[in-house]
Design a protein around this ligand. Sequence first.
Ligand code: NAD
Ligand code: DAU
Length: 344
Amino acid sequence: MKILVTGGAGFIGSNFIRHVLAERKDYELINYDKLTYAGNLANLAEVAEDPNYTFIRGDICDAATVEAAMRGCDAVIHFAAESHVDRSIYEPAPVIDTNIKGTFTLLEVARALRVERFLHISTDEVYGDLTPGDFADESSPLQPSSPYSASKAGADLLVLSYVRTYALPAVITRSSNNYGPYQFPEKFLPLMITNALEHKPLPIYGDGKQQRDWLHVEDNCRGILRVLEKGRAGEVYNIGGLDIEENLTIARRLLNLMNRPESLLSYVKDRPGHDRRYALRCEKMRVELSWKPMILLENGLRQTIEWYANHTAWLADVRGGEYRSYYAKYYENRDSSLRDVVPS
Ligand code: NAD
Ligand code: DAU
């Protein structure tokens, strides 16, 4: 099987490429990535010379380059996205371009080339803010809150429209919050870990009682491969870690594992429109595809802390220029007033 992987230089995409090259010796992977601030070929250094792997630099909004890359492929797995909620709040335009127009471009090319499988990677954020104790299954209503989640919900609906209207054999996965090696440190867990490593404050938005369902990226990669190979066209599959925790609990657990004081917790101005709870019901993955998460949060956290502590060169590189100005813009003085940190 020859697969076009979009966004393969990012966090989940690069973990997925390494997973598939190790698990499926007869699969050929083409990584198509624009290399935005979040894309990093160093994530794939250990497979760069693998004969079953090639890299093409390109934008998913550019139909001609997409077509050249997709021609001859049996399947497309679409990870590429602007994936950070905070950035989507302060600068929505690139999010709409990539997540909606980019997905549309891929769908059009896949339709024209009659690609046999199109796997769209979506998110539990499309279900929006759940009430306490509630869980979302695949038929729950889409009620996105941020420009990011609205763009992902829009992309999901476009994909499903191509299934119905053009019989495109597409499937969708909606996963919960991934964590693990190679995650860009703008996201909660790597930001907390990397700050704690340097004895810097851990910025907790609002009261820190927001709940997220934590999924190790390796479990997600196994689930995505299962859906690629066995999922039914036109279906949506939730992939969750089934471990729902408050942010504050996770931050405290990290500090404890890293032997750092709780005085590093720093409560800062909340994210506008911040969803309180995400939680997935994943019966469909379990019953239909015999998948369930294998990595316990406690073990996954230990492994992830160790990974960041041991990859100082990787970290120094990704925390270079762009990250430094991002951090200064969004976090410095955040406790005084959010307006002060919104870029003009
Ligand atoms: P990421 O930000 O780490 O990586 C995104 C990748 O897409 C980068 O390599 C970037 O260069 C590439 N990209 C961005 N715009 C592009 C464009 N226009 N053309 C080509 N490439 C482009 O993201 P991630 O965390 O790995 O997420 C991957 C996918 O999984 C996204 O679709 C995201 O919405 C979804 N998702 C992520 C999570 C999570 O917890 N990280 C959870 C659920 C779903
Ligand atoms: O749920 C899946 C989604 O998870 C994915 O679709 C997104 O691509 C991914 O970015 C992630 O979105 P979240 O907004 O849930 O993740 P983030 O890591 O940005 O934040 C997790 C929680 O931690 C959230 O409640 C906000 C909070 N937070 C985050 C940061 C960066 C803080 O309290 N402080 C922080 O500095």
